[in-house]
Design a protein around this ligand. Structure first.
Ligand SMILES: NC(=O)c1ccc[n+]([C@@H]2O[C@H](COP(=O)([O-])OP(=O)(O)OC[C@H]3O[C@@H](n4cnc5c(N)ncnc54)[C@H](OP(=O)(O)O)[C@@H]3O)[C@@H](O)[C@H]2O)c1
Length: 287
């Protein structure tokens, strides 16, 4: 597939970002279909050369069709379409096996998965963030080479997953993405407890988070690890625990759990003596 005609079935966030990205890099994005005409037409308006049409027409018009519907709808969406040899059906789900597309495979289509490990809440932000992020690719032969090339076109780093690793791979992303949101949300709530509105607190806390990410990117998570646990500063952690005891108990429980996971990091960094680590463990695990 040197220059496949690319289509999308499911015109949501991922389809919008990938369609725009591929088209900007000269790929032929020619068709988009969705449950509602409005979603498909929005992508067709944004992407030169792309037309909104019915899902079967998109399959007929394309060599490579991304099935970008919610995970639970992938198998049924693929099974409801007619496929043939020479066509490829590819989903973009992180947690779904390529076997979800077996109905297309039985009709002769090549099948696979290309999961961009990025947050697509905002397609423009996602597109800007694709360079350097992982693209987990599952495919064989010519389709594997094509998906590999398409991922690299957007600056992503293709990776192959060993069999059975999908759920672990996908849940690791929770720690690097939605759980980061959860932690920022907790921090904003804490600022709320001393009277700072969320709109003021969030950018200031994001500046801190950015600095942390930049340091981790430069020196790794162990060497860049900072804060009272890394220093074995027991007095400060006692004050944190006492302050958090005045807030809803979930926040204190989360702090204790994270502090407990931070201790081995400090030990690995070499900034915490065995004695300080034991005292810290006893302090944060009490409760
Ligand atoms: N969001 C992320 O951050 C992210 C990241 C990586 C991978 N993914 C994966 O990418 C895939 C798409 O996710 P998304 O976030 O783009 O979802 P989304 O924004 O919810 O969009 C899904 C689109 O599919 C359409 N649709 C739903 N059922 C359909 C059907 N049966 N036939 C045709 N179209 C249908 C929807 O309908 P309308 O036409 O009504 O709009 C919607 O436009 C999922 O497998 C997801 O796991 C998501």
């Amino acid at each position: 597939m040197a220059s496949p005609r690319i289509g999308f079935v499911g015109a949501g966030r991922v389809a919008r970002a990938l369609a725009q990205g591929f088209a900007r890099h000269g790929e032929r994005v020619v068709a988009v279909a969705s449950r509602s005409a409005e979603s498909a037409e929005r992508i067709a308006r944004e992407v030169p050369g792309c037309a909104a049409m019915a899902a079967q027409e998109a399959v007929d018009a394309c060599d490579l069709v991304f099935i970008t519907v919610p995970d639970g709808a992938i198998a049924a969406a693929a099974a409801g379409l007619r496929w043939s040899a020479g066509k490829a059906a590819v989903h973009t789900s992180g947690a779904t096996e390529a076997a979800a597309l077996d109905a297309a495979a039985r009709q002769g289509a090549a099948t696979g998965g290309l999961h961009p490990m990025q947050n697509f809440a905002d397609p423009a932000v996602a597109l800007a963030g694709l360079p350097g992020c992982a693209a987990a690719i599952e495919a064989e032969g010519e389709l594997l080479a094509t998906l590999d090339r398409l991922a690299r076109t957007l600056g992503m780093k293709p990776i192959r997953l060993p069999p059975g690793a999908r759920a672990l791979y996908h849940c690791s992303g929770s720690f690097a993405a939605p759980f980061v949101d959860v932690l920022l949300h907790e921090a904003v709530r804490i600022w709320g407890a001393f009277g700072v509105p969320a709109g003021e607190a969030l950018p200031l806390l994001i500046a801190l988070a950015r600095g942390t990410l930049d340091a981790a990117a430069k020196d790794g998570t162990v060497q860049s690890f900072a804060g009272p646990v890394s220093r074995g500063d027991i007095g400060t952690i006692e004050r944190h625990l006492a302050a958090l005891a005045k807030l809803p108990p979930e926040t204190l429980a989360l702090y204790r759990a994270l502090a407990a996971r931070a201790i081995p990091l400090a030990e690995e960094k070499g900034s915490l003596s065995a004695e300080a680590a034991a005292k810290l463990r006893a302090l944060v695990e009490r409760g």
